[in-house]
Design a protein around this ligand. Structure first.
Ligand code: ASP
Length: 592
């Protein structure tokens, strides 16, 4: 088909701008054809750009030649229209559009480009399968919802930069081609052509560089930065993601908290939410004890109750011996839960078993009767004691797990989350932040048969626990903290080790030999010796924050060009094979 050229034609307005105030004006709009409705004498075209949609009418008598040309328009054609803004008749006003009270009566039309028939209508893309949307991401991104999300993302980044600048932070870039950094995932490697058999690693985070910037006297650093982690991808993970990374010198955790809280408050104002400050704080131990999670969703108040004292010298041998051997029996009360069917109770049991619990017991109070899955030896007075300890009333259900404290906490914590989703306990519009503090420094890894860092090996232990570093590492607490929103960890950080002798002790406790530490982090250990100030910082997960702000359920919807759960970019089809010449230059050969 014959296309028109743009020439000197200029837009006067966006497709989202016109209102009754503009009636009578001559305007020129440019954009994409969202839909065309051809009624013969009348052709309606919804013209779309980044800002919105405007209805354009081609009338045979008024628009003449343009009317004839408009017959050629199809979805996603690119067009320019010149015409007059008129008010719509009352019955044709479209309240769903910001421009819905007006339309443009076209006088001239330029078809600037045609388009193949799209695999899905842009306005209906939400109904297309995600794979198709990702393959045709350029079309998917034309959706108004997407355009809003990426505007929000831009505004949030701008707000963060403005705020941190006002607090004296400098944005400093750190390398992408670098050496392995220690966040506990696998590295993405990039082979060096100039130095065969050597590799760069893509940064899992700028951790070591930001600490070195503190050693270099920069005092307050931040960066909105891409990080790369080669993990087995789960639904909410991406191999590359964006962090708001920052570091400060001469600080304690409190100063990080009072810096970050107003930052998040400002960012959330962008979606019309006023987040109250300060955020509540829970220690890791308390979070686990009360909610069975180190990232509890505090939008609903159901808590784990400890029933162990009731079994200390009880008639029920199974629970009694668990408690005597250092285990616990805990419960959550599900309000109105007496209604659950046998099938539902089986599903709940599966939830706790997946986290290592041996089983799930229940106690029901309904119709003035008490029933239970516990064996008959358990006295009814005991059941009543349990119900009242949990504040359970008629119609409620108690769900009980007994076993090792960690297993009980985590399995009931997972059940608490499962029930909250099923019963919609949480207000979907609420934003409930909290800090979780005092994480353990180490956790035991069965897989590696050694202690590993809960955070990373540069996190400082609390002073009171320093003597335990060698003798009782499991009980050493750290100066690490997470910020949690609605049950999702949205950031974490710590005060760092700033003395090289302590850093060496922590490496040894982790089973990292002096030689290995030297090989992996020699440059860092060297820098540590030349006057390192006390320092600490945090990194916030920007993608997750935007996801929660935009009310999206997938992180892929807030990343312009995301990858699938298998790490594929369906649009570019990466990862991809490379040419034999490229491999030869890199001296890479594949094993058969
Ligand atoms: N580097 C850490 C991370 O990426 C954050 C921090 O400790 O500041 O999780």
């Amino acid at each position: 088909m014959e296309l028109d050229s743009l020439g000197n034609l200029q837009r006067t307005d966006s497709c989202g701008a016109l209102t009754l105030k503009d009636v009578g004006r001559s305007v020129t709009l440019m954009g994409w054809v969202d839909v065309r409705r051809d009624l013969g004498n009348l052709i309606f075209v919804d013209l779309r750009d980044r800002e919105g949609i405007t209805q354009v009418v081609f009338k045979q008598d008024v628009s003449g030649e343009a009317h004839a040309r408009a017959k050629e328009l199809r979805s996603e054609y690119v067009a320019a229209v010149e015409g007059q803004v008129v008010a719509r008749a009352l019955e044709t006003v479209n309240p769903a559009l910001s421009t819905g009270e007006v339309e443009v009566q076209a006088r001239r039309l330029w078809i600037l480009n045609d388009a193949q028939t799209p695999p899905f209508q842009v306005s209906d893309a939400a109904k297309a399968s995600e794979d198709i949307r990702l393959k045709y991401r350029f079309l998917d991104l034309r959706r108004p919802k997407m355009q809003r999300t990426f505007r929000l993302r831009h505004q949030a980044m701008l707000e963060i930069r403005t705020y941190l600048d006002s607090k004296g932070f400098l944005e400093i870039e750190t390398p992408i081609l670098t050496k392995s950094t220690p966040e506990g995932a696998r590295d993405y490697l990039v082979p060096s052509r100039v130095q065969p058999e050597r590799f760069y690693a893509l940064p899992q985070s700028p951790q070591l560089f930001k600490q070195i910037l503190m050693m270099s006297g920069f005092d307050k650093y931040f960066q909105i930065v891409r990080c790369f982690r080669d993990e087995d991808l789960r639904a909410d993970r991406q191999p590359e993601f964006t962090q708001v990374d920052l570091e400060m010198s001469f600080v304690q955790p409190d100063q990080i908290f009072t810096l970050i809280e107003p930052l998040l408050q400002r960012v959330f104002r962008l979606v019309g939410t006023e987040v109250p400050l300060p955020f509540p704080r829970l220690t890791y131990d308390e979070a686990l004890r009360r909610f069975g999670s180190d990232k509890p969703d505090l939008r609903f108040s159901v808590e784990l109750q400890d029933l162990s004292p009731l079994f200390k010298d009880s008639e029920f041998r199974v629970f009694r011996s668990i408690v005597e051997e250092g285990g616990v029996a805990k419960a959550i009360a599900a309000p109105g839960g007496a209604k659950y069917s046998r099938r539902e109770l089986e599903i709940f049991a599966d939830v706790v078993k997946q986290l290592g619990a041996t089983g799930l017991a229940w106690i029901k109070a309904a119709d003035g009767e008490i029933s239970s899955s516990l064996p008959k030896v358990v006295l009814e007075t005991r059941l009543r004691q349990m119900l009242s300890a949990c504040g359970a009333a008629q119609g409620d259900l108690l769900l009980v797990v007994a076993g090792a404290p960690k297993v009980v906490a985590e399995s009931l914590g997972a059940l608490r989350v499962h029930l909250s989703k099923q019963e919609q306990w949480a207000d979907p519009r609420a934003f409930q932040f909290l800090w979780v503090t005092d994480f353990p420094l180490f956790e035991w890894s069965e897989e590696e048969n050694r202690y590993v860092s809960c955070n990373h090996p540069f996190t400082a232990p609390v002073e009171q626990d320093l003597d335990r570093l060698e003798s009782d590492p499991a009980r050493v607490k750290s100066k690490a903290y997470d910020v949690v929103l609605n049950g999702t960890e949205i950031g974490g950080g710590s005060i760092r080790i700033h003395r090289s002798d302590l850093q060496q002790r922590v490496f040894r406790a982790l089973g990292i030999s002096d030689e290995e530490a030297e090989r992996r982090f020699g440059f860092f250990l060297e820098a540590l010796k030349y006057g390192t100030p006390p320092h600490g910082g945090i990194a916030l997960g920007l993608d997750r924050i935007i996801m929660l702000m935009a009310g999206e359920s997938s992180i892929r919807d807030v990343i312009a060009f995301p990858k699938t759960a298998r790490g594929t970019d369906l649009m570019t089809e990466s990862p991809a094979e490379v040419s034999p010449e490229q491999l030869r230059e890199l001296k890479i050969r594949f094993e058969k």
